[in-house]
Ligand binder design. Structure first.
Ligand code: BGP
Length: 484
């Protein structure tokens, strides 16, 4: 029994994204998205590093010529497009109050720059929202979860081009108008800070096309900030009572030692992560970033009115994903190693997942307290979970106690943070049903309460089976976080 209480209307649920879930990548009039072009590379060849970026036109052309087959698991997803009713019924059985999903932008605007939306795409999400409504589950909808229409990359180099703002705002207004009676909670860009690591996935930029990488990335991000603020404005105007948030891949950074040099480096790394929420929650560029731009010869071109729109339309709440913490060192000899969000320095106090992600429930409490102290707006954890290999037992069951342990500790940390005074409004665990990994395109990196029978190469019946954690989470929700 836990000794803390979650608020009465706490939004328990699960999270997904269209590109990893839906499949049917070329059905219903959908256009190609950037994630349809991310190729699967088996772990033996890749190690733990993500394989997400496409850098050049040439690479894109090669990928386009590859055909489907085993190459592009995200195009297959787990076939939610055809099985959404069965899946939503399972979410309802667990007692979900909220379901985080994304709308695939190229399902609505296949090329991204046309005026008329694709009715078949709009109708698909109508059916999904109606199904959720049937069970009283609130949708939480991400407008852009790594899914810029590919045409916008080819024609404009993605967000590097200011014109993309207008296309995005038109898309956002179209879906706000269409679903105004069905969707109250929205998010603008998933993990908007991902562009710092992956310009292609975060901002649709082919980096070989630009001269100064950081200049292009921060300029693209400026366009995304403006687009986001305009979406906030439109959302409030079109859907009275709506709530719209930003979304950050949160990376709490610890100093490796108490050497002030390490502490300073950790602080600066953290500031770079919080830059995104500084702009979207406070409504202006923080001075530490303006000084970074100056030192690195980065000039952000702003149009008249940009600063006003940022200031006038901050988000209603701050949402974030939380998987791990990082360690920073100020020692110049310890150069950064390549890795998924990681500095390469391991924290000796923490355990590590099979994919090298360090598990840190207390870090979640620290992060919640820090974010709330800094911004004083409601917080929403919209991704958290353990990517793990699951084994199907002879009797067909999946005994995922490791996943239960992971989630239990994180939920306890949330409860502690709430007791500390943090305004936390909800929790959607990542990949509540097994889906394709964003970073590695693997199916075998599973997060779900529901097992999906499919391997990394697309073989399997796609049958859905509740795991042990399914029944555990159902009880967590029913007891509002008391039974852990
Ligand atoms: C976040 C993404 C998700 C998701 C998750 C887990 O970065 O927003 O789309 O996939 O990470 O990452 P992965 O799938 O690489 O394990």
């Amino acid at each position: 029994m836990a000794n803390f209480k979650f608020p009465k209307n706490f939004l328990w649920g699960g999270a997904t994204a269209a590109n990893q879930l839906e499949g049917a990548y070329n059905e219903g009039g959908k256009g190609l998205s950037i994630f349809d072009m991310v190729k699967f590379v088996p772990k033996e060849e890749r190690g733990n590093d993500p394989e997400m970026d496409v850098r050049s036109e040439k690479e894109l052309e090669e990928l386009l010529s590859l055909g489907d087959g085993e190459n592009f698991p995200k195009r297959r997803g787990i076939d939610f497009y055809h099985r959404y009713q069965e899946d939503i019924a399972l979410f309802a059985e667990m007692g979900f109050k909220v379901f985080r999903m994304s709308i695939s932008w190229p399902r609505i605007f296949p090329n991204g720059d046309e005026l008329t939306p694709n009715e078949e795409g709009l109708a698909f999400y109508d059916k999904v929202f109606d199904e959720l409504q049937k069970y009283g589950i609130e949708p939480l909808v991400t407008l852009s979860h790594y899914e810029i229409p590919l045409n916008l990359v080819q024609k404009y180099n993605g967000w590097a081009d200011r014109r993309v703002i207008e296309f995005f705002v038109h898309y956002a207004e179209t879906v706000f108008n269409r679903y105004k009676d069905k969707v109250k909670y929205w998010l603008t860009f998933n993990e908007i800070n991902i562009s710092q690591f992956s310009p292609y996935i975060g901002s649709g930029i082919l980096i070989d096309r630009v001269e100064h990488k950081e200049q292009a990335v921060y300029q693209a991000l400026h366009h995304q900030f403006v687009a986001s603020a305009r979406a906030v404005k439109a959302c409030h105007e079109i859907i009275p009572g709506s709530q719209i948030g930003c979304m950050l891949a949160r990376m709490e950074v610890y100093p490796e030692t108490c050497n002030p040099r390490d502490v300073l480096t950790a602080l600066e790394e953290d500031q770079k992560n919080l830059f995104f929420t500084d702009v979207q929650v406070r409504g202006y560029y923080p001075s530490h970033m303006l000084s970074y731009f100056e030192k690195n010869n980065i000039q952000i071109k702003m149009f008249p009115g940009d600063e006003e729109i940022l200031l006038q339309h901050p988000v209603d709440f701050l949402s974030f994903s939380y998987y791990m913490t990082m360690v920073a060192s100020g020692d110049p000899a310890k150069l950064k190693q390549k890795g998924n969000f990681s500095s390469g320095i391991l924290n000796p106090y923490l355990e590590t997942s099979d994919w090298g992600w360090q598990i840190d429930p207390t870090g979640l409490r620290i992060t919640l307290k820090k974010l709330y102290d800094r911004y004083e707006v409601p917080l929403f954890i919209v991704e958290n979970g353990l990517g793990a290999y699951d084994k199907v037992e002879e009797d067909g069951s999946i005994q995922d106690d490791y996943r239960i342990d992971y989630l239990r500790e994180h939920i306890k940390a949330m409860g502690d943070a709430i007791q500390d005074g943090v305004d936390l409004i909800g929790y959607t665990t990542w990949g509540c049903i097994d889906l394709i990994s964003a970073g590695t395109s693997e199916m075998s990196k599973r997060y779900g309460f529901i097992y999906v029978d499919q391997d990394d190469y697309g073989h399997g019946t796609l049958k859905r089976t509740p795991k042990k954690s399914f029944h555990w989470y159902k009880d967590v929700i029913a007891s509002n976080g008391v039974n852990l």
